[in-house]
Write a protein that binds this ligand. Structure first.
Ligand SMILES: Cc1ncc(COP(=O)(O)O)c(C=O)c1O
Length: 391
């Protein structure tokens, strides 16, 4: 253990000055097991990834079977690979008919990049409109949309012609014009600390995009595949995006991202220049096999139907915790907002100490993130309650 930590600190690149640094032996269901024997209730699911918990037997079996059959063959888009085709087909069966063509990539940020490029090609325009406090990923294009001046200054120059509007504010939609290629937004802002907008806002945004010929890109990387209580969050608002962006939970624990549009629009990436977007590993057969097994279970059992009830139970449990000011919740996506940063940090440390694995948000320092696997049940919530209120 001692040597493992030493090597971690020496050779694995750090992203912050104080990493959690817990060495994990294995993970199963809702539990992470440390190599020191301590176990943790996973209340973040690898940040909205492991919907069916860890090491789900059907996903493990699908991965093992695919590994034995074939792994990497050739860059994306050339060969017909069954797990990839079946995954695209199953996704499209659960989407409105216009979202009929799936481009698989490796991650969320890469899916955002693909979506932005597609919008530019389809519209012949360059301007992008995004929202304050948005998070769309960490590559240069995605980071151009990030709602933080500090990141912009640190990595300038970023993409030009990016216009930022206030999330959820109707009058700001007028800034989407006939010069705008796309309006890109999360449907529930994640890193801003679980912020929703009204159905009227989303319908007005859809209408404004239609009026101006702007493509509506819904970044459902965090909200997609059941987390908010619908398979896709746009279903809450009775709108259909032009481009849907998925990742995180899509892969069932393996890295897969996707941007999805109409077949007609997607064809824009095949000419002038051809190969308008390329990837060596995007849609990797092993990742697609895992994603397919995961999506089959989620859609067969319609897990999203229980998500809001469980989210509300968690909200009730958390509401009486000392120092909690507000809880924002949609499905199993919760922000527990404390009266100040210090109280939030104290709760974080106390809970971690008591074997509760949670996380915070990029743009909401007073809040803690709760986003457990969708398979969480009443007993798990009771265990969570006992641990956080332990005397
Ligand atoms: C809404 C949203 N978009 C994009 C991303 C980036 O995804 P990835 O980390 O897979 O690149 C994230 C990741 O947290 C996200 O929450």
């Amino acid at each position: 253990m001692h040597f493992l930590r030493e090597k971690f600190e020496k050779h694995v690149a750090a992203t912050s000055s104080s990493p959690m640094g817990i060495a994990i032996e294995r993970a199963e269901g809702l539990w992470l097991y440390g190599i020191d024997g301590k176990r943790y209730l996973d209340m973040i699911a690898g940040i909205a990834v492991s919907n069916l918990g860890h090491s789900h037997p059907a996903i493990v079996a699908a991965v093992q079977a695919q590994v034995a059959r074939y792994m990497h063959l050739m860059v994306y888009g050339e060969l017909i690979q069954e797990p990839q085709v079946d995954l695209a087909d199953l996704l499209c069966q659960h989407l409105p008919p216009v979202l009929s063509s799936v481009y698989f990539v490796n991650s969320g940020t890469e899916a955002v990049e693909g979506a932005l490029k597609l919008a530019k090609r389809v519209t012949g325009r360059q301007e992008i409109v995004c929202c304050n406090n948005a998070y769309h990923g960490c590559t240069h294009g995605s980071m151009s949309l990030i709602g933080s001046q500090e990141y912009h200054e640190a990595f300038a120059p970023l993409l030009p012609q990016v216009r930022r509007v206030r999330f959820g504010v109707l009058e700001d939609l007028e800034q989407i014009t006939s010069r705008t290629a796309c309006f890109i937004t999360e449907l529930v802002q994640g890193e801003a600390g679980v912020r929703t907008a009204s159905p009227e806002y989303w319908q007005a945004a859809r209408t404004r995009c239609n009026e101006t010929g702007t493509l509506f890109i819904a970044d459902e990387i965090q909200t997609g595949i059941g987390r908010t209580g619908k398979l896709f969050a746009f279903e809450h608002y009775n709108i259909v995006p032009d481009i849907l962006v998925l990742a995180k939970a899509l892969g069932g624990g393996m890295p897969v991202g996707a941007f999805i549009a109409s077949r007609e629009q997607m064809l824009a990436l095949t000419h002038h220049p051809m190969l308008g977007h390329m990837t060596t590993f995007g849609g990797h057969p092993v990742c697609c096999a895992a994603a397919l097994a995961h999506l089959q279970i989620i859609t067969r059992q319609q897990y999203w139907k229980q998500v809001d009830r469980l989210g509300k139970q968690l909200k009730n449990v958390l509401q009486k915790y000392p120092g909690v000011r507000e809880i924002r919740q949609i499905g199993l996506m919760l922000a527990v907002d404390f009266k100040d940063e210090t109280t939030a940090m104290t709760a974080y440390k106390t809970w971690l100490d008591r074997g509760i694995f949670i996380d915070w948000f990029l743009f909401c320092p007073t809040a803690l993130r709760i986003a457990p696997p969708l398979i969480i049940n009443e007993d798990d919530i009771q265990e969570f309650e006992q641990r956080i209120y332990e005397k």
